[in-house]
Write a protein that binds this ligand. Structure first.
Ligand code: BGC
Length: 465
């Protein structure tokens, strides 16, 4: 790649493909349990409590992984941590497939969760730090596409092994992307931005030239060097006044992505379809597959739009669609008699909801938390936002069925619809537009006193790509 022809180089696409394997692992390892649990339940005679434990072990592990890795990602570097993470995926996957008791299975699933928690933000962070500004949105968002493909693959794998109850094989299939990630990462460079923080400028020059070409590589290096400040990355700096707005935006977006209800659909789609009147497993599974396909398509549609239309319009349009479809779902469940009508309204609103999430909050949350922190505390900041994401994910997953019991299906979806409206306000008032702005410019804005929406300003431009 060179300055005149700004197209991502083939080498660069390879980087993204390997890093996106971590997205596949994220999606596959969260999705696979939905089919496997049906057989595990019988084999280990699970009670309601142990069933819940096995299913939520991954969420708990992911929360743990996000918290414990924040310092490591800034100390070890993005590449080494991703290599270690791929190894945890492999060990956890083997242990899950071979587990001989509920306790061992739970521990194994917590380990896989830890690996997911780390991968969920380190991969987008790594891609955002090696991507040219112009394509950063699309390239990082490939990770979300990989998550949705991973979820679809897990349904497919569950389906293929279901006839002979092969839950161990369902888990074991996760070894393929894990091995791919481990091998692939050995051939990839460290993030040039992290290498600069460590003062290894010769190595950074080599990596930048490999990615961007001779001239552009030099320009990039200079821009990164300009934003290297003396302070050491620490929690104190993260909560310092100049980074506080990044923390509010990051954690806010991470919570919003979950409390607007995405995983009630992802984890419980068949249950909701049964409630809506699609009786029998085949109908519910078919409807769920429809949800998966729409999800993948809408994420693909988002890829070119994120860097052209921008993050804010997509977030606001997406959330508006999610608010309306949740209200529609609530309406559908509020009528008791018209069950045929209810069925189709429920299906249509879930498809609209998924499509809207797929081109907005899905990819853009992971993208923006990798963009808005200053380099020295980027790992810590991302890890905090990611922990908030997995924490809220757990709360929503654990409370969804109880909410239905207490308030009924209709009111439950109305609550998520209301939370979507509040989320729109948060984004409208506080979240900046970061398309076409270099990571260095965002950091410079923070240091010059700009906050929240103003972080997206392009005055005092450092890098123009
Ligand atoms: C969310 C997950 C969700 C997944 C669905 C991700 O961006 O963080 O909670 O299950 O999208 O594809």
């Amino acid at each position: 790649m060179n300055l005149d022809k700004e197209k991502p180089s083939r080498f660069f696409i390879l980087i993204t493909v390997v890093a996106a394997l971590s997205g596949i692992l994220f999606g596959f390892d969260t999705g696979v349990i939905s089919g496997a649990i049906l057989f595990i339940k019988d084999e280990f005679q699970l009670s309601a409590l142990t069933n819940g434990l096995v299913v939520s072990a991954v969420l708990f592990g992911a929360l743990l992984g996000a918290i414990i890795s924040g310092r490591l990602v800034d100390q070890l570097g993005r590449k080494k941590l991703l290599i270690a993470d791929a190894s945890i995926f492999i060990i956890g996957t083997c242990a899950s497939a071979l587990a001989s008791s509920v306790a061992l299975l739970t521990i194994a699933r917590v380990s896989v969760g830890i690996a997911i928690g780390i991968a969920s933000y380190v991969a987008p962070l790594y891609i955002s730090e090696i991507a040219p500004t112009k394509y950063r949105g699309a390239l990082v968002s490939l990770n979300q596409l990989a998550i949705t493909i991973g979820i679809l693959l897990s349904y497919l794998v569950d389906y293929s092994f279901a006839s002979h109850g092969g839950w161990r094989w369902m888990f074991a299939a996760g070894m393929i992307p894990a091995l791919g990630l481990l091998l692939g990462m050995f051939f990839l460079p460290e993030s040039p931005r992290w290498v600069c923080v460590k003062g290894q400028f010769d190595q950074a020059t080599k990596i930048l030239k490999r990615i961007h070409g001779e001239t552009k590589g030099q320009v990039e290096l200079k821009e990164i060097q300009k934003t290297l400040h003396q302070e050491k990355g620490s929690w104190k700096i993260l909560f310092d006044s100049f980074t506080r707005s990044s923390v509010v935006i990051g954690v806010g977006l991470a919570i919003i992505q979950q409390v607007t209800g995405i995983n009630t659909i992802i984890y419980y789609a068949p249950t909701i379809f049964n409630l809506a009147g699609f009786v029998g497993p085949t109908n519910a599974i078919l409807a769920t597959a429809g949800v998966g396909v729409v999800f993948v398509i809408s994420t693909i549609v988002a890829l070119p739009l994120i860097d052209t239309l921008g993050r804010r319009p997509l977030l606001l349009i997406g959330l508006a669609g999610m608010t309306i479809s949740l209200a529609l779902l609530s309406f559908a469940f509020s009528t008791t008699h018209a069950s045929e009508f209810l069925k189709w309204i429920a299906l249509a609103s879930m498809l609209i909801y998924i499509a809207c999430f797929g081109f907005s909050l899905g990819p853009i949350m992971w993208l923006m938390i990798a963009e808005i922190y200053p380099l020295k505390v980027r790992g810590l900041g991302c890890s905090l936002a990611t922990a908030a994401n997995w924490g809220s994910n757990m709360i929503v997953a654990l409370t969804f069925l109880s909410l239905i019991e207490w308030f009924g299906v209709s009111h439950t979806f109305l609550i998520y619809s209301f939370l979507s409206i509040i989320s729109m306000l948060f984004i409208f008032l506080l979240v900046p537009e970061t398309k076409e702005i270099s990571l260095e410019q965002i950091e410079e804005n923070l240091r010059s006193g700009l906050r929240y929406r103003k972080l997206g300003q392009t005055k005092n431009i450092l890098v123009t790509e």
